[in-house]
Design a protein around this ligand. Sequence first.
Ligand code: AMP
Length: 440
Amino acid sequence: MSFDTLGLAAELLRAVGEQGYSEPTPIQRQVIPAILAGRDVLAGAQTGTGKTAGFALPLLQRLNASPIRNGRRPIRALILTPTRELAAQVSASIRTYGRHLPLQSTVVFGGVKINPQIQRLRRGVDILVATPGRLLDHISQKTVNLSQVEILVLDEADRMLDMGFIHDIRKVLALLPKSSARQSLLFSATLSNAVKQLSARLLNRPKLIEVTRCNATAARIEQVVHPVDKCRKRELLSHMIGSRNWRQVLVFTRTKHGANRLAQQLERDGLSAAAIHGNKSQGARTRALSGFKHGEVRVLVATDIAARGLDIVQLPHVVNYELPNVAEDYVHRIGRTGRAGNQGQAISLACIDEHELLRHIEQLLQHKIPQVVLEGYEPDPGIRAEPIQNGRNGKRRNGKPHPQSGNPLADRPRRRSSAKRPAGKRRWESSGSYSAQRHR
Ligand code: AMP
């Protein structure tokens, strides 16, 4: 199926062609016609499925079909995202896809000066991408008016709820035209009950679109767990990066402090590393991300919130230095790799304390993740599990030794690792995952 059959305008098809997309992804095939037809949409799409173009292309087309001819442009489309990085990325995508249309857009998020944003808003924009907190700042300063919004998009709605944005979202909704007078689109990696409840309030007879099973991980991500003692994780990580000559690796820690410490330790090991988390200034976050994308920073150490929505083209490796407390975060973390036609590798370093977290992740995925004990890094069978603090699964460990003797993570056969990544053009397969085709 080609993009031409979706009913998109020539200017948009041109922009899509310039991006090198040869055919729409499964979510795009379903979402684009529904949005063009004016339907509200509730879409469950895992990370890296092309959902941004899925809503951006038809949104641009609908706004362009009814241009405002006189006076200052009112905000006609509002896109809310949970994080600053995602807001910046969505805004960049809007600019890319809309580059041949006469529409104006901008992005507002916190952590940077508000005045340049106010000045940009004063000049008038058709499309506003925003994080909820900064949008409310603008609302309180009366620098945005949402009364003429025709299209509302909530991107990564599940994460917005996780991050406690529900009150902010409610305040924003109260300022929009009522749901029957606007088009509303809600995207979420997981369609939890909370997301469904939100959608019931927000959407008007929505079309439900789900391209993959909830919580499915991208088929092209090779996953593996390396059981290792906690005290040897850093050493193993440096060893893997160095001996396997990884040039770009995103590493997740559970805490901001842990991210800082690990980045410093890796630097001491001679690996260029930077940390990205919520306590860093926006400038530091942008610099770290840009250095990582451009190959100056080899290891980016991140917490979950900061890494949410990062789209790094061809990111080959994600490492869970610590498993996440919330199993869904594992899906989001590893979704940073294996995007858009590339294969990816997701490696988890799991110590005995994390056995329970691993079990929750495997329950969510509905399959076991292969385990490989690396030579020289075998876990010490004498080490006992310790309680994990701040567990959010409601199941803190009780500190008692694990009933199994030895390391429960180390009881599976060793496995050899995998194939090389094929090079080539990006194409979406009907199975729902990207494949890379070799050009001859
Ligand atoms: P998203 O899920 O929106 O974050 O998109 C993930 C990645 O897929 C981005 O790098 C997009 O540039 C890329 N992408 C989106 N649509 C297509 C397509 N039809 N063909 C190939 N790549 C795409």
